[in-house]
Design a protein around this ligand. Structure first.
Ligand code: NAG
Length: 220
């Protein structure tokens, strides 16, 4: 979560030494740190100058609140395609794939002053890369209290517990996917994958028509 009013920020900074910052924090998109991860692939790929910087530099813009939530999945596809286009060795491909998985797994920010629902890609065709499918994203942990004060939107009942469960599950999925070199696969959108984990606090979810293969995905 990256939005904080200046006054709130001042309070957070003033109290930071007394109490550790909670995971509902600002600047979260920097956690992906894609440029550094992709740079490590350089020695294992051809004509790689500038590639890591360009792809990595695109990452923060895909997970800010105003971004299309499907943009990060397209960027992840582009990272894997780039690895192939630059003849990366198996080692280079693994570095690129791990970074692409981190991008798929990244939390998309939303403005907690204007809403309390996560912004998640609803397009079941993304990401296209088979190895990247089946990894749901992190969602806002919502563990900063109920909201409703200082202009913060109210956090819906059950959202914190559901977010914790979904985040624990998707963290485990990411770890397993990196170890296996491929995600578990899914025919569903990443939003529907979160619904399957019991997390329904997603913008626009009701507008999604379940696809036949995903018809059982709305019972969470
Ligand atoms: C999931 O992993 C992120 C780091 O990627 C961590 O900040 C978060 O606490 C983890 N959540 C759970 C519920 O394990």
């Amino acid at each position: 979560m990256k939005f904080l009013l200046p006054a709130t920020l001042a309070i957070v900074l003033a109290t930071a030494s007394a109490a550790p910052l909670s995971p509902r924090r600002f600047g979260q998109e920097q956690a992906v740190d894609l440029g550094d991860k992709l740079n490590a692939a350089g020695p294992f790929c051809q004509n790689f100058a500038g590639v890591a910087g360009t792809l990595g530099g695109g990452s923060p813009g895909t997970i800010v609140a105003r971004a299309d939530p499907c943009a990060k999945l397209r960027l992840a596809d582009q990272i894997v395609a780039t690895a192939k286009a630059h003849q990366c060795t198996a080692e280079g491909l693994k570095i690129m794939l791990d970074a692409a998985m981190d991008e798929v797994h990244a939390e998309h920010n939303f403005n907690p002053f204007t809403g309390a629902l996560d912004i998640v890609c609803l397009d079941p065709t993304l990401p296209v890369t088979p190895e990247l499918r089946g990894i749901p994203p992190l969602v806002d942990p919502r563990n900063n209290g109920p909201g409703g004060n200082g202009g913060l939107a109210l956090v819906p009942a059950g959202a914190e517990a559901a977010a914790f469960k979904a985040n624990a599950a998707t963290n485990a999925t990411l770890t397993a996917a990196k170890a296996a070199g491929t995600g578990p696969g899914s025919t569903k959108s990443v939003a529907e994958q979160l619904v399957d984990l019991g997390f329904t606090f997603i913008q626009g979810l009701n507008a999604v028509a379940p696809t036949p293969s995903a018809a059982d995905g709305f019972d969470g």
